[in-house]
Design a protein. Structure first.
Length: 365
């Protein structure tokens, strides 16, 4: 063990579902945690990643080797708490250097009782996930008894079939912004705060509804448009959301992002499937098919829309250039469109914020 700040760090382990074992040291809270192990290729943005509800029940591996160098502040959050079930890094930065920093990353994790592990070979872990697919794992800094941890891991459910939107969604309707030319009903399947900030910046008055809100209740608000948010889990498991969207189609303009994209596709008759290891990072190239232009995008999803299952009334508008999976659709019968990636970024580039203007244009039509 090596000494840091006059105390010894405890040993920690990460055990994967297929038996692969990584040994490191504690990071954050002491304890155990189980989740689907995935990786994010962004070099920055760890605070936004940690607080993104789309990462619920997942343990995120940062591929950048040095994490925590600019600390944590109270502004760059995408929800009210850390959403990941575990955090995996190569090397911790012990001295944050940024004028906005309020606490260190390790202190932030401890404060919210989030278990992490550091000083492991994150390159080897990332390659293992790429080769073998995303899988469940368990981090422990409480015990390193591998047989005991393997027994607990065997009982963990797969991400397929899990409805996590109902867990992260708001439990009651709330008003994000009261003033604005356009009234937006945002259905919260795990909505990020920067989506709400951007809608407000486009002169929208935004009311946020729980994921299980019925269509008639949303329509009683008389919105000009409906926004379908990002969120975690298997889209096919969110049956209540699919049924609500079916009843809203053709009644109000609809714009969906990430899980909202998948739910829109499902409501129109398409299918979804689980990706081998998902898309998570802030430099993913997407082609706008209509314009022939390339956008560099922020992405975070483990499922995708099956392009071969699209009905004739759905156009494929965007393609992920890394693997040619669906990155955007638009309905020809109704004013409804969606993208798989995150035009609100946070973290990431701002190439795709024109999509919010497109939503405004639909409401003006």
């Amino acid at each position: 063990m090596k000494k840091i700040k006059n105390r010894e760090e405890k040993k920690a382990v990460l055990l994967l579902d297929d038996g692969r074992l990584f040994r490191g040291t504690e990071f954050g809270a002491i304890g155990e945690s189980i989740g689907e192990v995935c990786f994010n290729t962004g070099m920055t943005g760890y605070q936004e990643i940690l607080t993104d509800p789309s990462y619920a029940k997942q343990m995120v591996t940062m591929t950048a080797p040095h994490i925590g160098n600019y600390g944590i502040n109270s502004e760059d959050v995408e929800s009210e708490k850390i959403q990941v079930s575990g955090f995996i890094i190569k090397e911790e930065s012990f001295i944050p250097s940024n004028w906005r920093s309020e606490i260190s990353l390790a202190e932030y994790l401890k404060k919210q009782n989030v278990v992490g592990i550091k000083n492991i070979d994150t390159r080897a872990l990332t390659k293992h996930i790429r080769d073998n697919g995303a899988m469940n794992g368990i981090i422990s800094s409480k015990t390193v008894n591998i047989d005991e941890l393997a027994s607990k891991l065997n009982d963990a459910p797969s991400m397929e079939g899990l409805d996590l939107a109902k867990i992260v969604s708001t439990k009651k309707i709330y008003q994000w912004s009261e003033k604005g030319r356009y009234k937006i009903a945002a259905i919260d399947f795990g909505i990020k705060k920067n989506i709400l900030r951007l809608l407000e910046s486009f002169d929208c008055s935004v009311t946020v509804f729980p994921a299980k809100t019925k269509a008639h209740e949303i329509l009683s608000y008389d919105p000009d448009g409906v926004f379908l948010s990002n969120g975690p889990g298997d889209p096919a498991a969110v049956g209540y959301g699919i049924e609500t969207i079916k009843k809203l189609l053709g009644v109000k303009p609809i714009f969906g992002i990430c899980l909202g994209h998948q739910l829109l596709a499902l409501s129109l008759g398409a299918k979804t499937f689980k990706l081998k290891f998902g898309h998570r990072g802030i430099n993913h190239p997407v082609k706008n098919i209509n314009l022939g232009t390339i956008e560099i995008t922020s992405q975070n999803h483990g499922f995708a829309v099956d392009l071969d299952s699209l009905p004739k009334n759905i156009l494929s508008t965007h393609i992920n250039l890394n693997d040619n999976t669906s990155a955007g659709i638009e309905c020809t019968d109704y004013p409804a469109f969606s993208v798989q990636y995150h035009p609100e970024s946070s973290p990431g580039p701002h190439d795709s914020r024109y999509l919010f203007k497109k939503f405004i244009g639909m409401m003006d039509a």
